[in-house]
Design a protein around this ligand. Structure first.
Ligand SMILES: O=P(O)(O)OC[C@H]1O[C@](O)(CO)[C@@H](O)[C@@H]1O
Ligand SMILES: [Fe+2]
Length: 201
């Protein structure tokens, strides 16, 4: 908003956790399995899953951006279906903010997840996210959500709109440094990604 412009319209948004929707003046984008080629390491398992795909999106995002420019906030609901491809749990593409110093808040609404984080200088973290858990993603961390349960993973997020997203950084690195995979007990664990070659600008 510039000084002379009228302020943007405030919005009240309703989290519909069971439906996986944020009701109100929002925009939605969806990612289908076929959009996610190259994300999972097991290419054979991926193609089998694509062949059996019923067209339901893997994840979708309802977001509210009433204003753009300096100071504007994007808030939204990220909804990720459960599932696995090979031994990897369902995940979002992940990104570093295009303006990498910008942080983000995620708040767990329902389901069981992991926020997987890589710093550009080689640190890695996997933080469980569940209803009531707030995950603070500081600037400088590549981040992705992973659904490690058997229901929708629903998280509320907020970040400065001008932060933007750089999706290419993970692709150029050969994926994030860790994979979130099934363990022997039906839970999750992390394993180093042998394809990961480090992050370059
Ligand atoms: O943008 P991606 O990496 O596809 O994943 C979607 C998630 O990330 C966000 O872009 C927020 O940073 C949300 O839209 C959602 O939590
Ligand atoms: Fe983000």
């Amino acid at each position: 908003m510039c000084a002379a412009a009228r302020p943007a319209e405030p919005a009240a948004l309703t989290v519909e956790a069971l439906a996986g929707a944020l009701a109100g003046p929002t925009e939605r984008y969806e990612k289908h399995l076929a959009d996610l080629r190259g994300l999972y390491r097991d290419a054979e398992a991926f193609e089998i899953a694509v062949a059996a795909d019923d067209g339901t999106p893997v994840y979708w995002v309802d977001s509210s951006t009433p204003d753009t420019g300096r100071g504007a906030l994007t808030i939204g609901l990220s909804v990720l279906r459960p599932g696995r491809v090979g031994d990897e749990w369902a995940m979002t593409r992940g990104h570093l903010h295009a303006q990498a110093e910008f942080a983000e808040l995620y708040f767990g609404i329902s389901g069981s997840g992991v926020m997987l984080l890589d710093s550009v200088d080689g640190e890695s973290r996997a933080l469980p996210i569940a209803p009531g858990v707030a995950v603070h993603v500081p600037g400088g961390w590549v981040h992705r959500s992973v659904n490690v349960g058997d229901e929708l993973l629903v998280t509320l997020f907020a970040y400065a709109t001008e932060a933007g997203q750089d999706y290419g950084i993970i692709e150029r690195a050969g994926g994030m440094s860790q994979l979130v995979v099934a363990d022997d007990t039906g839970g999750w664990t992390t394993r180093p990604n042998p394809d990961h070659g480090g992050y370059r600008a």
